[in-house]
Design a protein around this ligand. Structure first.
Ligand code: SF4
Length: 331
């Protein structure tokens, strides 16, 4: 399938609903990029199994939920191709070929793998987990992605993909594309409890599907400056989670809020109500868009996207097999 524009590949592991951290960190950018690039969005369910292998039955709900979140956030299935990783067997075939010339030691020393293994408490890593950067390299290269937008922590994986492409092209024939990295400019959104990361597992997240009353309650419980007891105590916005969120979701009012907080001219209750209303304004059009898609529509979108992605994968694998001289019946 010839490229019309430059192609990007992005995606997520389906491990639950998407939250504001996902939105500001990647989803918002993806919505913008879908007009500029041919966008392929992978729902990496096989990759989810590398850490949640015993929870296969929850993948169905997660895949439906994440697709619903994508559509709610503004991804347009007429522009972006949303597809399911496990339903494209050629990705797994390419993973296997890449694994033939990938050193186990290189994987073991990958900094992201080491950090994630520690986070999951893996002392003895499984074959699947250790090898997931190889599978990710296959995800990217099978679609001949020109660009991959990622956060800082994913850079080693994309560098690894680039190395694999160079190695493959040297070993066999130059059929694969070495992807460029686009690093997201927006830092990670902290959790409502002030922890470094917003995360479902830390129970400190506002989900894109949260209705206004839930958002109000969550913002009400967010951590603020502990030194402020009374409304007119001088505040320290630099230590306040609510202020950090104002910087992201209400930037126009930040100078005024900062000054009022420092001078004790604004109470935390009013400040939180203001923030909750800004977040609800952001989520309102998402709730409206979400209503447009039934489960059956979501499945149709996934079927169409997966069929289109599959066609591209089949074409690339024909070139890969030819390059490797394993297209036996064509020779
Ligand atoms: S007034 Fe706002 S910025 Fe200041 S401590 Fe309270 S919630 Fe935080």
């Amino acid at each position: 399938m010839p490229k019309i524009k430059k192609r990007i590949l992005t995606g997520d592991r389906p491990t639950g609903s998407l939250h504001l951290g996902h939105y500001v960190g990647s989803l918002k950018n993806r919505v913008k990029l879908q007009d500029e690039y041919e966008s392929y969005i992978i729902i990496a369910d096989v990759q989810a199994l590398t850490t949640h292998w015993e929870k296969g039955e929850s993948l169905y709900d997660s895949v439906m939920q994440i697709t619903s979140d994508y559509l709610a956030a503004g991804l347009d299935p007429n522009k972006a191709t949303i597809f399911i990783q496990s339903m494209i067997p050629e990705i797994h075939e390419l993973t296997m070929y890449f694994s033939m010339f990938t050193s186990v030691n290189v994987l073991r020393h990958n900094p992201t793998i080491k950090t994630e293994a520690a986070q999951h408490g893996f002392k003895d890593m499984t074959y699947g987990f250790l090898g997931y950067p190889v599978s990710q390299a296959a995800d990217i290269t099978i679609f001949k992605a020109d660009l991959v937008p990622v956060g800082e922590d994913q850079i080693p994986h994309i560098e690894f993909t680039r190395k694999i492409v160079r190695r493959f092209n040297e070993l066999y024939a130059p059929v694969l594309v070495e992807p460029e990295i686009i690093v997201g400019e927006i830092p990670r959104l902290i959790g409502l409890d002030g922890q470094a990361k917003m995360s479902k597992s830390l129970n400190n997240a506002i989900f894109l599907a949260d209705p206004p009353e839930v958002v109000n309650q969550k913002v009400w419980n967010a951590v603020t400056d502990p030194a402020r007891i009374r409304k007119n105590d001088p505040g320290h916005p630099e230590v306040c989670t609510v202020f950090t969120y104002h910087q992201v979701f209400n930037s126009a009012e930040v100078p005024e809020i900062e000054q009022d907080c420092r001078q004790g001219n604004i109470g935390c209750v009013a400040c939180k109500k203001n923030l909750a209303s800004k977040i609800n304004e952001l989520l309102a059009p998402m709730h409206e868009r979400r209503k447009n898609y039934s489960i059956s529509d979501i499945k149709d979108i996934l079927k169409t996207g997966t069929a289109k992605a599959h066609e591209v994968a089949i074409e690339t694998m024909q070139e890969v097999r030819e390059a490797m001289k394993i297209d036996y019946f064509k020779q």
